[in-house]
Ligand binder design. Structure first.
Ligand code: NAD
Length: 259
């Protein structure tokens, strides 16, 4: 068991990548907090983990609300006393060219991805510092390192997470806290399924071409990355035994982006 009784908060864990991370953490003995905007789906995900013998609780949390983030972390502390791992994963996608990108959508995107990472980190770091250990993981993207048309806010936010992660790595180093970023390629989740018809319309190509050219055209084997691939990377970062691995980012994208 790589995470025996470690308290792990995963935001956006009611669906997709976050849910797979919550499942793998629970399977490794972690006490998992499913923190999500969608409380009903979060409760279902937590119930499923408990039903299969794991430890989990659901917490309602809009990561853009300082009050909800702080309340959610307070509930975790009241129940389980500490936070060992934070995976700031909640996210959405809105595609549009810059000239048509609504300012309100831009602000919403930066709020969920960047304010969410900042607020959840701010809330858990005092507990990690008090314990002298902790692992913070941000869900970046290949778009933390590469750009695509139609994704101004997403690319900007995902690049920004690298900066925030490196600052926390430097501030937290002497206090036993490390921070790293996971950078997935395209993973078939509701977030990706929603943008296939949207991109087809904007780019004037078929949905099949969006998949074969835009999403998989740059990969080495025309394959989607899976939620389980990313969960394995999240387990690696969370359970790494020393603080040598900090301030880093790891791309898992079937070779779409290489560095
Ligand atoms: P998803 O839509 O399956 O799940 C996202 C979850 O986040 C949902 O449960 C949703 O309710 C929750 N959420 C949305 N807004 C929230 C908020 N304000 N507060 C709390 N929870 C909120 O999406 P996914 O594909 O699993 O994406 C998860 C993360 O992975 C995102 O940060 C996304 O940018 C990143 N990512 C996804 C891909 C991909 O191809 N799917 C690739 C790279 C990075």
């Amino acid at each position: 068991m790589k995470l025996k009784d470690k308290v792990c908060i995963v935001t956006g864990a009611a669906s997709g990548i976050g849910k797979a991370i919550a499942d793998i953490y629970a399977g490794e003995g972690g006490k998992v907090v499913i923190a999500d905007l969608n409380l009903e789906a979060a409760q279902k995900a937590a119930d499923d983990i408990v039903a299969s013998g794991g430890q989990a609780m659901a917490v309602a949390m809009d990561v853009t609300s300082e009050e909800q983030v702080n309340d959610g972390v307070a509930k975790v502390i009241a129940a389980w006393g500490t936070v060992d791992v934070l995976v700031s994963n909640a996210g959405i996608q809105i595609v549009n060219p810059v000239e048509n990108y609504a300012y309100s959508d831009w602000k919403k995107m930066l709020a969920i991805h960047l304010d969410g990472a900042f607020l959840t980190s701010k809330a858990v770091l005092p507990h990690m510092y008090a314990a002298g250990s902790g692992s913070v993981i941000f869900m970046g993207s290949v778009h933390s390192k590469e750009a695509s048309p139609l994704k101004s806010a997403y690319v900007t936010a995902k690049h920004g997470l690298l900066g925030l992660s490196r600052v926390i790595a430097k501030e937290g180093g002497k206090k036993g806290v490390r921070t790293n970023v996971i950078c997935p390629g395209f993973v078939r989740t509701p977030l990706v399924d929603k943008q296939i018809p949207e991109q087809a319309k904007e780019l004037g190509i078929s949905e099949e071409e969006v998949i074969s050219r835009v999403m998989l055209g740059g990969t080495v084997d025309s394959e989607f990355t899976t939620v389980d691939d990313i969960a394995q990377v999240a387990l690696f970062f969370a359970s790494f035994p020393t603080n040598a691995l900090t301030g880093q980012s790891l791309v898992a994208s079937h070779g779409w982006f290489m560095e």
